[in-house]
Design a binder for this molecule. Structure first.
Ligand code: EPZ
Length: 419
């Protein structure tokens, strides 16, 4: 398993391009199952999770070819309707193939995604919605078996706002008979990007990006071409890295308008973040002001930026409070940050961070995708050397982050280890 070694203290200076969005790509890949024909997707990030969803699709008989960020996906022939445990367990968003398979092939068998480090992450709302649309759902030996001659439109209201739940049912509803209404739907930009792909495929969708989405089912869809939106969480992570190193960087392809809550909070800490030509200029301040944050569904402050922001607050000039409202166990990074000298106290779903003068480099271990990012950015600011193990977590969701940071002047290198 690879390790990343960082000698902290370098200011980040220069320009970097933000990659395509992981969380837009995954449901869009699943949507290819809804139609015959070859789709062409551009700006797909080079990530382990993308390789996993590609393997899930290939296992279903779908033709998948990817090179240099462009993927050709042809689901004309779907010869298998099962997504096995050994694939789904590595990437829980694989569950998103269930609805499209039932909608197009009338039945599917997909392994139940287990929990993960950050929480139990049930899919009860996904299954509730499919049942409301007429699917017969059986849970048997760790698999979801779903079948329906034809899904029918339904009125569905989510008890909890769920991103992939919204995406899952929006996809299934495109081929259902009649109209589906999703209430309390997720409004994330990735939901909007999926909806724009589905509409290009011939789906009838109104309201994507609001909490009320209406889908009028059609008889069939066709393949399309699409460029994936940039990854707002990678962009936010790079901004935090600049904030931690008093850096001065320019982000290209930065989804500035999808990042209001993050940019607002980072400006409150004293950073300057402004559009500059085609890109966004990001300047860190000498003094990092303490700011409180509470994670919320979009357009609130994203839970996927919580760990990275906590690292920034660990070097702020005072006390800040971070409240995690989305997942029940998303403070795993705290222990590792404490080992680097951070002064953080946890009370339930709240972290109280007392800023310290400096962090010290240490050997730390990544545990989940965004926790690993918080340790990387901590290493950039820490005194001395930080060594992060189990960086495969990082590679799931960040395209060559170490190379991008090295390109901005960080003293960072990856040590390849035979697995
Ligand atoms: C998506 O996960 C993202 N993943 C996550 O990003 C992100 O953290 C999360 O949304 C919240 O923004 C993808 O888009 C692939 P949820 P998702 O369903 O859809 C509860 C990353 O780092 N819930 O919106 O799985 C759930 O337990 C990843 O890129 C139910 O109770 O999250 C959680 O408390 C991590 N029942 C809350 O809803 C359900 O059926 C929000 O989860 C579904 C969800």
């Amino acid at each position: 398993m690879d390790r990343i070694i960082i000698r902290g203290g370098e200011r980040l200076i220069g320009e970097v391009k933000v990659s395509g969005s992981k969380n837009a790509s995954l449901p869009i890949f699943a949507a290819s199952l809804l139609a015959e024909g070859e789709n062409l997707f551009h700006n797909v990030p080079k990530l382990r999770d993308i390789l996993t969803i590609a393997r899930v699709l290939k296992n279903l008989g779908v033709k998948v070819q990817g090179e240099n960020g462009a993927y050709r996906i042809d689901a004309t022939e779907v010869s298998n309707n099962e997504a096995p445990y050994d694939l789904v367990k590595t990437m829980r968003a694989s569950i998103l193939v269930l609805g499209p398979l039932v909608a197009r092939m009338r039945k599917a068998r997909v392994s139940l995604p287990g929990g993960c480090a950050i929480g139990a992450r049930p899919i009860n709302l996904h299954l509730m919605g499919l049942e409301a649309m007429g699917a017969k759902i059986d849970l048997r030996s760790g698999y979801v078996e779903a079948k329906a001659d034809r899904l029918k439109g339904a009125d569905i209201s989510f008890d909890t706002t769920t991103v992939t739940g919204t995406e899952h049912l929006m996809m299934a509803a495109t081929l259902a008979k009649g109209k589906t209404v999703l209430q309390n739907a997720a409004m994330e930009p990735e939901v909007v990007d999926l909806a724009s792909v589905l509409k290009k495929m011939g789906a009838k969708i109104e309201g994507a990006g609001t909490s009320l989405i209406e889908i009028e089912g059609v008889e069939s869809l066709h393949a399309t071409e699409h460029t994936i939106i940039p990854d707002r969480i990678e962009a936010g992570t790079l901004m935090v890295a600049a904030g931690l190193t008093r850096g001065n960087i320019k982000l290209h392809r930065c989804p500035f308008h999808n990042m209001e809550a993050v940019i607002h909070k980072l400006r409150e800490t004293g950073m300057e973040i402004d559009p500059e030509g085609e890109g966004v200029r990001v300047i860190g301040s000498r003094r990092i002001r303490s700011v409180d944050v509470k994670t919320q569904p979009y357009p609130g402050f994203p839970t996927d930026m919580q760990a990275q922001f906590m690292t920034l607050m660990s070097l702020s000039r005072g006390l800040s409070i971070i409240t995690e409202t989305i997942f029940e166990n998303r403070f795993i990074h705290v222990n590792e940050l404490q080992r680097m000298g951070a002064d953080i106290r946890i009370e339930g779903n709240t972290a109280i961070i007392q800023g310290v003068e400096s962090l010290s480099g240490a050997q730390v271990m990544a545990t989940d995708l965004r926790a690993s990012a918080s340790l990387i950015v901590a290493g950039l600011a820490a005194e001395g050397v930080t060594e992060i193990s189990r960086v495969y977590h990082l590679d799931r969701g960040y395209e060559e982050l170490d190379k991008k940071l090295a390109g901005l002047g960080a003293n960072i290198k990856r040590v390849k280890e035979k697995d």
